[in-house]
Design a protein around this ligand. Structure first.
Ligand code: HAM
Length: 416
């Protein structure tokens, strides 16, 4: 029979890799605690409308990359291609602003996008993200960015990272800019790629994301969006940058940074890493002050970011991050069949006292079990053989010093 394998662009996370994930998650939880962000978990599938109305019908994500299907009752459903929309849906549904005017939420979970798989790009990947609701003040932008900065510093991968930042201004500013950018590009359009031609019609700002050398060259002289900021847009962005300066968070203003999702207003940012190769965006985010209203809630400002967990791990590995396998405290060597029940009973008690214990369910020889105890890096081996059964004793072998002593089973816990 054909062997069934994972679907293209999806991966199993196996031990010892899964231990790296747990360690990364632990550092994320600790960081979120420092900033008082609380965890939110939402379903992995939602109504398709949620994403088309928020991320945007014309974006690559919605137009090409979503896993969508019609449910048996005719509802269109989609595996979430990002989490901001789901968090906003939940914020509105559960009236979270009534609990507190500021809501600080974070999430870790799988995301699904039908992209061409390559290093750092999967079809099922995982994001860690945060969303802060309730303030349109620039200090909130600075705080969210400083959370990302703190995490990347804590993980020791900040050295090779660049924070790129821009402001997309208010919707009025963007509309004026859209027209001006089209006017600038129009005379060059025949030399632009097919993708850019489609974007020109549907979503011209996305042309700024072009990777084509000719287009990049032409776009260098395009008018910057800052020419179209309102004074409120200008002041907001200026304050965000000055707060980052105060916190000694280094950034580069990139007028071409537009991001691939439609809901952004004002601040947008991306952290890129030299350790990642072609897919170098490790984290991206921005402000979305109109999204809660667009999805049917009371007008509420919001800002957040999401980071690719797999990309974190690539960056960490290139730094030689120490993800040691956790060794068990005790390997319980049981050589006699009659002692299996006793071994299990003692093991249960040991675990109740928080010792991590391994037993050998294969009933191998003492030599084989001890070899495995050393392989796992266990600190202690407990041994019960024929004479220990008869004398109610147990051998305690210190595997780090290779010394051993025998004690009555009743004294085992005191000894340990
Ligand atoms: P995004 O830029 O689409 O933003 O994704 C955020 C991060 O997810 C990227 O920087 C990258 O690290 C990772 N990522 C994206 N696609 C893939 C993929 N196919 N494979 C592996 N990693 C990937 C968002 O999703 C927004 N919801 C971020 C946000 C939150 N904005 C405001 N709040």
């Amino acid at each position: 029979m054909d062997q069934i394998r994972t679907i293209k662009g999806t991966h199993d996370i196996l031990p010892p890799n899964s231990i790296k994930w747990q360690k990364l998650e632990k550092i994320i939880y600790q960081t979120c605690k420092l900033f008082s962000f609380k965890e939110i978990r939402t379903p992995v599938f939602e109504k398709t409308d949620l994403f088309s109305r928020s991320v945007g019908e014309l974006t690559d994500i919605v137009s090409k990359e979503m896993y969508s299907w019609e449910d048996r009752d005719g509802t269109n459903l989609t595996l979430r291609p990002e989490l901001t929309a789901s968090v906003v849906r939940s914020y509105i549904q559960h009236n979270l602003q009534s609990h507190s005017p500021i809501q600080r939420l974070f999430y870790i979970g799988p995301i699904f996008r039908r992209e061409r798989p390559q290093k750092g790009r999967q079809r099922q990947f995982h994001q860690f993200g945060v969303e802060a609701f309730g303030s349109d003040n620039p200090e909130q932008d600075a705080e969210v960015i400083s959370l990302a900065w703190h995490l990347l510093s804590k993980l020791n991968i900040i050295d090779n990272i660049t924070l790129k930042i821009n402001s997309l201004g208010s919707p009025e500013c963007r509309e004026k800019y859209r027209l001006a950018l089209k006017d600038y590009i129009r005379p060059h359009l025949s030399t632009f790629s097919e993708t850019s031609n489609v974007r020109f019609k549907k979503n011209p700002l996305r042309i700024l994301d072009s990777k084509n050398a000719n287009e990049i060259n032409i776009l260098k002289s395009a008018p910057p969006i800052s020419n179209f900021y309102t004074s409120e847009d200008k002041n907001h962005f200026k304050s965000v940058l000055s707060f980052l300066d105060k916190m000694k968070i280094l950034y580069k203003v990139r007028p071409q940074l537009v991001r691939g999702l439609d809901y952004y207003t004002k601040t947008v940012f991306e952290f890129t890493s030299k350790d990642l190769g072609a897919q170098d965006a490790i984290l991206g985010g921005g402000r979305y002050d109109n999204l809660v209203k667009t999805l049917g809630g009371k007008p509420t400002a919001g800002i957040g970011f999401a980071a690719g967990m797999e990309r974190f791990l690539i960056a960490l590995e290139s730094k030689g991050f120490n993800f040691e396998n956790e060794a068990p405290d005790i390997y319980f060597v049981c050589i006699e069949k009659e002692a299996i029940g006793l071994t299990l009973a003692l093991t249960k008690k040991l675990r109740e006292k928080d010792f991590s214990v391994i037993i050998d369910p294969m009933r191998r020889s003492m030599k084989a079990q001890l070899r495995e105890a050393n392989k796992f890096g266990a600190k202690i081996a407990l041994i019960i053989g024929d004479s220990e059964i008869k004398s109610n004793s147990i051998i305690i072998k210190d595997l780090t010093k290779n010394s051993q002593k025998t004690c009555p089973q009743s004294e085992l816990f005191n000894f340990l």
